[in-house]
Design a protein around this ligand. Structure first.
Ligand code: MN
Length: 488
């Protein structure tokens, strides 16, 4: 067994002692062989990319199926292997995940506005299974970490879309850890000068603080033990650079006004202990007024819970404490994904139901995006409910009513294409024009230039009002033309 595989397996075992690793081993060998001979932009073997994505997910305590899917996530796109092949060897669930990740990946860049629109739609379409999006996060994070080999233009594009799309979605899902990692990796390329400024500004101070925090940590641990409060762990946490940057912008770029540059995090067994720890900290050090936040009684919109307080220590230093239970901690780091790794039974518990809070979440999320980018947003939740999202061969996303057909698709592209469409391919297979399209299908429509106009019989199966209107008006015009010829 090679060392990389050993490392991955031990990482999974560390996070999930009972996990079945046989499929992971199989997927490792399979993907490594499938990508054999392929190189990344950097010259590394291509397989290092899916491998790193799998490692990121293992660190996030994700399920073995997700890790398997991450290892395989690029084989459909980059090799001859099909989703069907994967289904045979790895089962329907893994094949479903890889297919989902592949589809999200097919969305191509075509101007910032258009692209964002497409990507956002795609995320929504894929929201039936959030695991797909989480695998995409790991994929994206590894791409960001190896961005240095790419030309400047590509670096900026990938970095910007990471900040504008991926990070807000991670935040929306409460996945604070991955959000911070994506933002920091992207920050460097999106705003290089600002990045340098923040790093220089913060690094020295953080290093000095780190030593002090270590001392404070020991002191607190001693006090906790003395007062009979059991704790799971106490750790120092350093603020991510990008979130520090945003905060600095709100505080006249003045680092002395930022009090959570470093913080101590205390993780305990239950909520009652959280408040006991808070009381103890306030006995030891004087709290700063207005800085005590009870996110346990009043969780943040994405579900985040913790007690926060900022105190003056003996050395007249300002330090923030965050106090939480293990469950609150996992939720803060992994968000929605945190619920899954406690529940190993049945697939249903992994996959949030369609009606899940996601749709409700979406309306809140919409407000946030509206606030950020008013003109980008034309989304209405009620409209989305009965829509499907399909692709052009070039990767543009077209949204259509449920049960739409290739004719609806053709009219959504252009009236001329609708009027003259003659054949349709769905995922490279020829279909009838009344074929029912599904979420994520790739559709190609061929036109017959000699065709006079649409077939009135299409009215029996089209679903979109655009198609209906055009077919009606075209056939009416044709009839009138025919009549006028007869009457002449
Ligand atoms: Mn990839």
């Amino acid at each position: 067994m090679d060392n990389d595989l050993k490392k991955l397996l031990s990482k999974i075992k560390e996070q999930r002692p009972g996990a079945d690793l046989e499929l992971v081993e199989l997927a490792y060998d399979f993907a490594k062989k499938a990508h054999e001979g392929q190189k990344r932009f950097s010259g590394e073997p291509y397989f290092s990319h899916p491998y790193n994505a799998a490692l990121i997910l293992a660190e996030m305590k994700m399920s073995p199926e997700m890790i398997v899917a991450a290892l395989l996530h690029d084989v459909v796109e980059e090799t001859e292997i099909t989703v069907k092949d994967l289904e045979k060897d790895f089962g329907a669930d893994v094949a479903f995940l890889v297919e989902g990740v592949t589809k999200v990946g097919r969305v191509k860049y075509r101007g910032v506005e258009r692209y964002l629109e497409n990507l956002r739609k795609m995320f929504i379409a894929m929201a039936v299974d959030l695991r797909v999006i989480i695998i995409r996060f790991a994929d994206r994070l590894d791409n960001l970490r190896t961005l240095f080999v790419h030309p400047r233009e590509k670096q900026v594009r990938i970095a910007q879309e990471s900040l504008e799309i991926y990070a807000p979605i991670a935040n929306r899902l409460g996945m604070g850890e991955i959000k911070g990692l994506i933002e920091d990796a992207a920050f460097k390329y999106a705003l290089p000068e600002e990045y340098k400024w923040v790093v220089n500004l913060a690094a020295k101070k953080q290093a000095a603080h780190a030593q002090y925090l270590e001392k404070l940590k020991k002191q607190l641990e001693k006090e906790l033990t003395k007062n009979g409060i059991k704790y799971i762990f106490v750790e120092g946490r350093v603020k991510h650079f990008y979130s520090l940057y945003l905060k600095l912008l709100r505080y006249e770029r003045d680092l002395t006004k930022i009090h959570d540059l470093v913080a101590l995090r205390v993780v305990v067994n239950d909520t009652a202990d959280c408040y006991r720890v808070l009381g103890l900290i306030h006995q030891l050090w004087a709290p700063i007024q207005g800085r005590i936040k009870d996110y346990i009684a009043q969780p943040k919109i994405n579900g985040y819970q913790s007690l926060h307080t900022t105190v003056f220590t003996e050395e007249k230093k300002v330090v923030e404490f965050q106090i939480r239970t293990q469950a609150m901690h996992d939720l803060a780091e992994f968000g929605v994904a945190a619920h899954w790794h406690y529940d190993e039974k049945g697939k249903a518990s992994y996959r949030p139901s369609k009606e899940m809070s996601w749709v409700q979440e979406l309306s809140k999320w919409k407000k946030e995006i509206d606030a950020n980018r008013k003109n980008l947003e034309r989304l209405k939740v009620d409209v989305l409910k009965n829509r499907i999202f399909v692709f052009t061969p070039k990767g543009d996303v077209i949204d259509l009513p449920e049960e739409a057909t290739p004719v609806d698709f053709a009219y959504a592209i252009h009236t001329q294409i609708g009027d003259k469409c003659s054949r349709a391919y769905v995922n490279d297979i020829i279909v009838n024009l009344d074929h029912t399209l599904k979420n994520g299908d790739i559709i190609e429509v061929l036109i017959d230039k000699n065709r006079k106009g649409p077939n009135p019989a299409w009215l029996k199966f089209v679903k979109s009002s655009v198609a209906r209107t055009h077919i009606k008006s075209a056939t009416k015009a044709e009839r009138e033309g025919f009549l006028s010829k007869i009457l002449k």
